[in-house]
Ligand binder design. Structure first.
Ligand SMILES: [Zn+2]
Ligand SMILES: [Zn+2]
Length: 226
């Protein structure tokens, strides 16, 4: 069977089901996502229990809010990097600071509302990732989880042998954040983020699947990295 990539839209976020010999989910969506996720599984002819792992790209509320209910629905383990783990396990609202003018303005504007809309239940991590990442071979997926900090200190990406790269918020491609493939407008450490991009590119990424918006060829991001 060849690899399937199935996007799952949850508010402004795009999560991805990867299905090959096994199946995993990238990112935990917003709280309240279980019903629409369940429908997507039915439509895609995937049984809930086929999803064995939920990989949280980073510890922001919009990427892990639904992790508890999606893991209960599927029985999947939850993996997150040790540096972002606390947000998941304590139900802690996190959103990195703005690095562009719009990033700063939009965060100040929307944070009070997001703190309410983005509230989520805490859940324990089953797999705590370190900087070495993790092979996805035992989950039947040809690729690796790679440590790619910068947007948050515990950000990770999933890089497949096919060159498909699921990078969370190492880039954004969705209004109202940005209007074309760009580096994120929120980040903890931009220099670190650019270093992580070098890592992603060196490991053969060709098509980039962001946590917000549609996929794009890696070439679109190169101009931001010099
Ligand atoms: Zn984020
Ligand atoms: Zn996000």
């Amino acid at each position: 069977m060849s690899l399937q990539i199935i996007p799952f839209q949850s508010s402004l976020n795009t999560c991805y089901i990867l299905k090959d010999k096994g199946a995993v989910l990238i990112d935990g969506a917003w709280a309240g996502a279980a019903k629409s996720f369940s429908k997507l599984l039915t439509d895609s002819q995937i049984k809930p229990e086929e999803i064995q792992l939920i990989i949280i790209t980073h510890g922001d509320f919009d990427h892990l809010g639904g992790a508890k209910e999606l893991s209960e629905l599927t029985g999947a383990k939850i993996a997150i990097h040790e540096k972002d783990r606390e947000n998941l396990e304590k139900g802690k609202f996190h959103w990195p600071e703005g690095v562009t003018t719009w990033g700063k303005v939009s965060r100040a504007m929307f944070k009070p509302l997001m703190k309410i809309k983005g509230a989520f239940p805490a859940v324990k991590a089953d797999i705590v990732l370190d900087d070495k990442g993790l092979s996805l071979k035992e989950y039947g997926i040809p690729g690796n989880i790679v440590y790619t900090p910068g947007h948050t200190y515990g950000s990770v990406s999933v890089l497949l042998e096919t060159g498909d790269a699921f990078i969370g918020c190492l880039a954004q491609n969705k209004a109202p954040f940005v209007f074309k493939p760009s580096l994120p407008i929120y980040a903890k450490d931009y220099d670190l983020l650019k270093k992580s991009w070098k890592k992603v590119i060196d490991q053969g990424a060709k098509t980039i699947y962001p946590g917000h918006g549609k996929s794009f060829p890696v070439e679109k991001i190169l101009k931001y990295l010099n």
